[in-house]
Design a protein around this ligand. Structure first.
Ligand SMILES: Nc1ncnc2c1ncn2[C@@H]1O[C@H](COP(=O)(O)OP(=O)(O)OP(=O)(O)O)[C@@H](O)[C@H]1O
Length: 267
């Protein structure tokens, strides 16, 4: 896989976000414009971060892509189909901030759950779960229960479960924000390795600039009230990314560029 961002951009458009606006009602019945005319394309194989402060509409945009929410106006097309069609074809893998594991099922049985729902045979789902356990480095913990794992390990189970269905697109909503810095750093590297190996498109929500720069091919900077796209920044660091890249002048320049592109003050 060529992970050069210029090369990725020449790839097919996978997610087209066309003039999407979302308006909610607040408790008083007043309109809250969560997203204002968001318009950009995500290419196949990209690692895109949606970055911005609390309330800028990151989760709303992710939910719109995932068919968990209808835009008030505009539309999203995924591989030239509607998000609903893609969801029904099980092409989205979703990872939330809290992995929501079933505590009465073992780690392996949690990873198997979506495959069970999709009607995979016992052997196929067991083989697939073993493969995913190996990918996230949890083979030894297959028969443990979630409460016997650390937060970082539980999040890895959530990632294994999402990748287990072999999604085309992985949607991740602040998956590491509740974790300590050491665990986060390790999971960043793990996630990049999985991404490089599987060639999936990832849309990753975060409010952390360094995290976005370290992981992404491009960063969509969103500004609040109403949520709008302030800038799209190319994070043109080479892959594979290494921890020491964070100490390079170019990493610092990218962080400043992203921070300065945010409208309405610093993040
Ligand atoms: N179901 C809803 N009903 C009413 N307002 C909503 C609803 N969901 C989101 N909002 C409002 O839309 C705006 C964007 O919310 P959203 O959760 O998408 O932001 P966010 O950038 O993901 O924030 P955070 O980083 O805090 O999760 C906020 O003003 C929020 O209060």
């Amino acid at each position: 896989m060529n992970l050069n961002s210029e090369a990725i951009k020449k790839n097919d458009v996978e997610i087209a976000i066309n003039n999407v606006s979302v308006v909610f009602k607040d408790n008083q019945g007043n309109d809250v414009k969560a997203l204002d005319n968001i318009d950009f394309d995500i290419h196949k194989g990209e690692f895109i971060s949606l970055l911005g402060p609390s309330g800028c509409g990151k989760t709303t945009l992710l939910r719109t892509i995932a068919d968990l929410l209808e835009p008030t106006s505009g539309n999203v097309r995924v591989s030239n189909m509607t998000p609903k069609e893609i969801r029904l074809m099980q092409k989205f893998g979703i990872v939330f901030q809290n992995p929501v594991l079933f505590e009465w099922r073992t780690v392996k049985k949690n990873i198997e759950l979506p495959l069970e729902i999709m009607g995979y045979s016992k052997k196929d789902r067991s083989d697939r779960a073993d493969e995913m356990l190996e990918m996230v480095g949890l083979t030894k913990f297959a028969d443990h229960y979630p409460q016997q794992l650390s937060g970082g390990m539980q999040q890895r189970v959530g990632i294994a479960r999402a990748f287990g269905i072999r999604p085309e697109i992985l949607l991740m909503d602040e998956p590491f924000s509740a974790l300590d810095e050491f665990t986060k750093e390790k999971l960043h590297l793990d996630l990049l390795k999985i991404w490089e190996k599987t060639n999936k498109t990832i849309v990753f929500v975060t409010h952390n600039i360094q995290e976005a720069v370290f992981l992404s091919t491009r960063i969509c900077v969103l500004s609040p009230h109403p949520g709008r796209l302030s800038a799209v920044v190319d994070a043109d660091l080479p892959y594979p990314r290494t921890i020491d890249m964070r100490d390079t002048p170019h990493f610092g320049e990218l962080v400043s560029k992203v921070r300065n592109s945010f409208e309405g003050g610093s993040l």
